[in-house]
Write a protein that binds this ligand. Structure first.
Ligand SMILES: Cc1cc2nc3c(=O)[nH]c(=O)nc-3n(C[C@H](O)[C@H](O)[C@H](O)COP(=O)(O)OP(=O)(O)OC[C@H]3O[C@@H](n4cnc5c(N)ncnc54)[C@H](O)[C@@H]3O)c2cc1C
Length: 335
């Protein structure tokens, strides 16, 4: 019979094997992106695919209360033994963290060799500070000449503006490059429930209108930053919302940011809102289409969740259908 300690050791071992397998998939994606992409190759990376979410929750608390810095984590990616000096973590978690950082370093080094940009995804607020800690530490190691590593900012969060402006200042003060994926945010229902359970205020904006104002304000501010620092800062306006895309384009024009400069990308899911992506691409803007990679069983639930959460996609699908109907009428019935 196994002792409870032995069974949790085995469970953790199985999880670690899973994280190693995920790293192999990420390296495959980097390789494929470098071979297939005509423009700038980019991939998205979920930190929870490479280390335990529970660990990221613990790290989030430590980072928020000043128990660990991005400099320490950046150094520990190359010298993991430094993590044993960090107070407040049991040895088992330090081992998981060392391995997680090693995986991030491997992904970063391979991406650097292949010239593939990594967009680190944002997830739930109770683990996001830990994810940002990892993303910013990667920026310290890999963003010396170009913004190879980008962090994601969810504008449905009341704190989004403060978070992105603080991270931007931290990275620029070190003379490094900064990359940001700007999204509205995908975990709205879970955030509300989690806040209720914890008895804390909901971190999400009070209405869709507030989220949109927050989104447009963050994009506008980052466009101003780009107009000052040029190639050292890149952003991706990752949204299906036509009004936000239009506002970003107007901002670029006003500030003289060239469409094809590569300083600003527009991102949509592949197969969703193509009526937004294709005209943008034809007009010379830089487009990124996000493609989930995996088996049909793995990717279909992901895509159906994305379609449900996404007002603009549903409205876009209706618009796309009416555009197709109009085109068919024009071709076959000539009216
Ligand atoms: C390339 C790409 C990468 C992405 N990466 C991430 C990521 O790393 N992390 C992540 O969380 N999401 C990510 N997303 C998803 C994104 O956050 C949005 O969920 C999705 O794009 C829908 O927002 P929208 O701006 O496209 O469209 P819209 O349909 O205009 O906006 C819908 C969004 O508005 C917000 N919203 C809706 N109702 C309310 C309300 N009552 N109060 C407040 N806010 C509300 C929600 O965020 C909802 O998802 C990504 C999307 C793309 C295209």
């Amino acid at each position: 019979m196994q002792s409870p300690g032995a069974s949790s050791f085995i469970t953790q071992y199985i999880k670690e094997v899973g994280y190693d397998a995920n790293l192999t998939t990420i390296l495959d994606c980097i390789q494929m992106a470098s071979e297939l992409s005509k423009g700038r190759p980019m991939i998205q990376l979920k930190v929870t695919a490479l280390m335990p979410a529970e660990l990221l929750i613990t790290l989030s608390k430590m980072y928020t209360y000043g128990g660990i810095s991005i400099e320490q984590v950046a150094e520990a990616m190359y010298t993991p033994s430094l993590l044993y000096e960090v107070e407040g973590l049991p040895e088992a978690e330090i081992r998981q963290w060392c391995r997680g950082l090693e995986r991030l370093r491997e992904a970063g080094e391979f991406a650097q060799r292949k010239g593939v940009y990594i967009l680190v995804d944002a997830e739930y607020t109770h683990m996001n500070p830990g994810i940002s800690l990892a993303a910013l530490a990667m920026m310290l190691n890999f963003n010396k000449d170009i913004p190879l590593i980008w962090n994601t900012y969810q504008c449905y969060l009341k704190e989004a503006y403060n978070a992105i402006t603080a991270d931007y200042a931290t990275i620029m003060d070190k003379g490094l490059c900064f990359g940001a994926k700007i999204v509205r945010g995908a975990y709205i229902n879970c955030e509300e429930e989690y806040a209720k359970r914890q008895g804390v205020p909901n971190p999400v904006c009070d209405s869709y209108k507030d989220t949109s104002s927050s989104y447009n304000r963050v994009v506008e501010t980052m466009l101003h930053n780009i107009s000052h620092c040029g190639e050292k800062c890149n952003i991706i306006v990752a949204s299906h919302n036509e009004e936000s895309v239009r506002k970003a384009i107007q901002g670029m024009e006003k500030l003289g940011i060239a469409r094809d400069s590569g300083l600003v990308y527009f991102g949509q899911l592949l197969g969703m809102c193509d009526q937004v992506s294709y005209p943008l691409g034809q007009a010379g803007y830089q487009i990124y289409k996000s493609l989930p990679y995996g088996t049909v069983e793995e990717t279909l639930p992901y895509l159906s969740r994305r379609a449900q959460e996404n007002k603009s996609v549903l409205m876009g699908a209706r618009k796309e259908r009416s555009l197709l109907q109009r085109e068919l009428r024009r071709r076959f019935l000539r009216f």
